[in-house]
Design a protein around this ligand. Structure first.
Ligand SMILES: Nc1nc2c(c(=O)[nH]1)N[C@H]1C(S)=C(S)[C@@H](COP(=O)(O)O)O[C@H]1N2
Ligand SMILES: [Mo]
Length: 541
C-alpha cells in the first residue's frame, strides 16, 4: 500500500495535476501538429493505429453498432482512458515524482509510435506532436507535484515522519502536514491551464485554417456538363410509399464507411494522381483540371458496403459524374488479363494510406467503372472522397470505391494484398443479391387492414428480376417491382398486404437476372459480404 504523507487535499490536487498535465500534453501536441501535419495529434494517431489493428470482427461490430459514429465513440473512449490514466499518474507522482513524470513521457512514446506506424506516415516528423506534448505534460506534472511537496518546517533538526518506528512515542511532527506551497500550486496550475487552453485553441484554429484552402478550392469547382448524361430516371422507377428508401440517396443521407478519423481535406488545386505499374507503357500524372477536361459521363450506381448486415443501412444510390476508368487505363497502355495484360489488380491508394484492390478485368469489361468527381450534381463531398474517388458497379466498396485517391498502381493479386485483404477480407468481392424491407419497421404495430410492405433490392450489374414476400410460413408472393433505372441501381418494390391481427413475420427474397435467388443461407459479413434473407417481425392490432 502506497502511503501519501499528509494526504488530505493533496491527493485530489495531485490527481488534478495529472489531468492538467494530460491536457497540456494534448494541447501542445495539437499546436505542434498544425506545423508538422494538420490533424495528426496523438489521439488521432492512437485512434488510427487502433483502427488499423482492430480485429476485423470487432471493427465490423463497431461499424454496425455505431455506424458513422464509430469514430466519435473511439475518440471519446481514448480520451476517457487518457483522463483516467492521467489522474492515476498524478496520484503516483505525489509519491514518486519522477516516475509520474516518466509515465507521461511513456504515453508520448506510445503516441509517437502510433503516429509513425500509420499507413500514411511518410516521416519521423509525425512523432513530433506526441513527443512535444509529452515533454510539456511531464514537465508540468513535475512542477505541480513539486508545489504539492511538503516543505521542511522551520525546525531544522526535524526527522522525517516516515522514520517513526511503531511503539516509539512520536514527537511533534517534523513537518507540518500541510506545509506545501498552496499559493505556488494555484498560480502554476491556473497559468498552465490557461496556457494549455490557449495552445490548444491556437492549434485547433491553425489546423482548421490548414483545411480552408481545400474548402475554398472545392467551392470554386464547377463540374462541366457530362458528354454522356445519365438516362432520365424512368417515371415508374420511383415509388412514393411512406417509409421506403428514397430512390436517389441525397448526399447528406449517404452512408459513410472508412477508416479516416479526420476527413482528408485535399486541395483540388494541387492534387495529382499517377497511373503506373505493371504493363503500363505510358505512365501518366493527372491533375484535377486534366480530369475535368476529359469527356465526363454521368451514371446512376448503387454503392454497397461489405459490412452491411442483411437488412442493414450501408447501401446508397447516387448519380455520379466521372471519367471512365477503362479509357484512361487503355491510354496508359494497360490491357486486361484476358487480352494478355500482365496486371490483374489495380491498387488505388488514398492520401490517408488506404489501399483498395480491384480486378483489372472488371474495370475494363465494359461496365461504368468511374473515377468519380461528382455526386448528385455536386463536386464530391469531402466525406465521400473529394476530389476524386472510384465507383465500380457490382463490387463492394472495399474492393472498388477508394476515396481521396492519389495513386493508381497496376499489379497482381499474387504480389500485393490491399488494406482489408491483409485483415482477412476476401481479395475479390462482387456484391451479393440482396433485398431489404424498409417498411413496416421491426416491431411496428400497424392496424389490421391493408398494410404496404415495401423496400429495395439490389444485385448491381446483374439487375433485379423479381422480389417476393412471404408472411409467416405462407407462400411466396410476388411484389410489385418499380421500373428499373439501370442494372447497376437498386430497385424499389412494394406489396399491399391484407393484415390480420396478431404477430407476423415478413420475409423478402430477390431473384437477380442470372436467375439466382437470394439465398436463405446466413453467412456473416466477413469475408465477402453477408447473405441470408431479411425478416421483420411486427404486431398487427
Ligand atoms: N480512402 C478510403 N476509401 C474508402 C474507404 C476507406 O476506409 N478509406 N472505405 C471503403 C468502403 S469499405 C466503402 S463501403 C466505401 C464507402 O463509401 P462512402 O463512405 O462514400 O459511402 O468507401 C470505400 N473507400
Ligand atoms: Mo465497405
Amino acid at each position: 500500500m502506497i502511503k501519501f504523507p499528509g494526504g488530505g487535499v493533496r491527493l485530489p490536487l495531485a490527481a488534478l495535476s495529472g489531468l492538467l498535465a494530460g491536457f497540456a500534453a494534448l494541447a501542445v501536441a495539437e499546436l505542434v501538429s498544425a506545423a508538422v501535419r494538420p490533424e495528426s495529434g496523438p489521439v488521432i494517431a492512437v485512434g488510427g493505429a487502433a483502427i488499423d489493428r482492430t480485429p476485423p470482427a470487432l471493427k465490423d461490430w463497431a461499424v454496425r453498432h455505431f455506424g458513422t459514429d464509430d469514430k466519435l465513440v473511439l475518440q471519446l473512449g481514448i480520451l476517457a482512458v487518457l483522463a483516467l490514466l492521467a489522474l492515476l499518474l498524478g496520484v503516483l507522482a505525489l509519491r514518486f515524482r519522477r516516475a509520474g513524470a516518466a509515465g507521461v513521457l511513456l504515453f508520448g512514446v506510445v503516441g509517437a509510435l502510433a503516429a509513425t506506424g500509420r499507413p500514411d506516415s511518410a516521416s519521423t516528423a509525425d512523432a513530433l506532436p506526441s513527443v512535444a506534448g509529452a515533454l510539456a505534460g511531464a514537465g508540468l506534472l513535475y512542477l505541480l507535484i513539486g508545489r504539492l511537496s511538503l516543505r521542511p518546517a522551520s525546525a531544522p533538526d526535524a526527522a522525517a515522519p516516515g522514520l517513526v518506528v511503531p511503539g516509539q512515542v512520536s514527537g511533534p511532527p517534523a513537518r507540518r502536514p500541510d506545509g506545501w506551497d498552496r499559493r505556488g500550486f494555484v498560480i502554476t496550475a491556473s497559468a498552465a491551464a490557461a496556457a494549455s487552453a490557449g495552445a490548444g485553441l491556437l492549434g485547433r484554429s491553425l489546423n482548421t485554417a490548414n483545411g480552408q484552402g481545400a474548402v475554398a478550392a472545392r467551392g470554386k469547382v464547377t463540374l462541366p456538363r457530362p458528354v454522356s448524361t445519365a438516362r432520365p430516371i424512368p417515371p415508374g422507377a420511383v415509388l412514393h410509399t411512406p417509409g421506403i428508401s428514397s430512390f436517389i440517396t441525397p448526399n447528406g443521407d449517404f452512408y459513410r464507411v472508412d477508416t479516416a478519423l479526420v476527413v482528408p481535406k485535399v486541395d483540388a488545386g494541387t492534387w495529382r494522381m499517377k497511373i503506373h505499374g505493371k504493363g503500363v507503357s505510358r505512365p501518366v500524372t493527372l491533375t484535377f483540371q486534366d480530369l475535368l477536361e476529359r469527356e465526363l459521363v454521368e451514371r446512376d450506381i448503387t454503392l454497397t458496403c461489405v459490412s452491411n448486415e442483411v437488412g442493414g443501412p450501408y447501401a446508397g444510390n447516387a448519380r455520379w459524374i466521372g471519367v471512365p476508368l477503362a479509357g484512361l487505363l487503355k491510354e496508359a497502355g494497360v490491357r486486361p488479363p484476358s487480352r494478355g495484360g500482365p496486371a490483374d489488380q489495380l491498387v488505388a491508394r488514398s492520401v490517408d494510406g488506404m489501399t483498395i484492390g480491384t480486378p483489372v478485368e472488371d474495370l475494363m469489361d465494359g461496365r461504368d467503372a468511374l473515377l468519380a468527381v461528382g455526386m448528385n450534381g455536386r463536386p464530391l463531398p469531402f466525406v465521400h472522397g473529394f476530389p476524386v474517388r472510384m465507383v465500380v458497379p457490382g463490387l463492394y466498396g472495399y474492393v472498388s470505391a477508394c476515396k481521396w485517391i492519389q495513386d493508381l498502381e497496376l499489379t497482381t493479386f499474387a504480389d500485393y494484398d490491399a488494406y482489408w485483404v491483409k485483415r482477412s477480407w476476401a481479395r475479390q468481392a462482387p456484391i451479393k443479391t440482396e433485398s431489404r424491407i424498409d417498411t413496416p419497421k421491426p416491431f411496428a404495430r400497424p392496424k389490421a387492414g391493408t398494410v404496404m410492405i415495401a423496400g429495395v433490392a439490389w444485385a448491381q450489374h446483374r439487375g433485379i428480376d423479381r422480389v417476393e414476400v412471404r408472411v409467416d410460413d405462407g407462400p411466396w408472393t410476388r411484389a410489385d417491382l418499380a421500373a428499373e433505372d439501370t442494372s447497376d441501381t437498386w430497385r424499389q418494390w412494394s406489396l399491399p398486404w391484407k393484415a390480420n391481427p396478431g404477430n407476423h413475420t415478413l420475409t423478402v427474397r430477390a431473384t437477380d437476372r442470372t436467375g439466382t435467388v437470394q439465398t436463405e443461407q446466413r453467412t456473416p459479413t466477413i469475408p465477402d459480404g453477408a447473405s441470408g434473407r431479411h425478416s421483420v417481425v411486427i404486431t398487427v392490432d
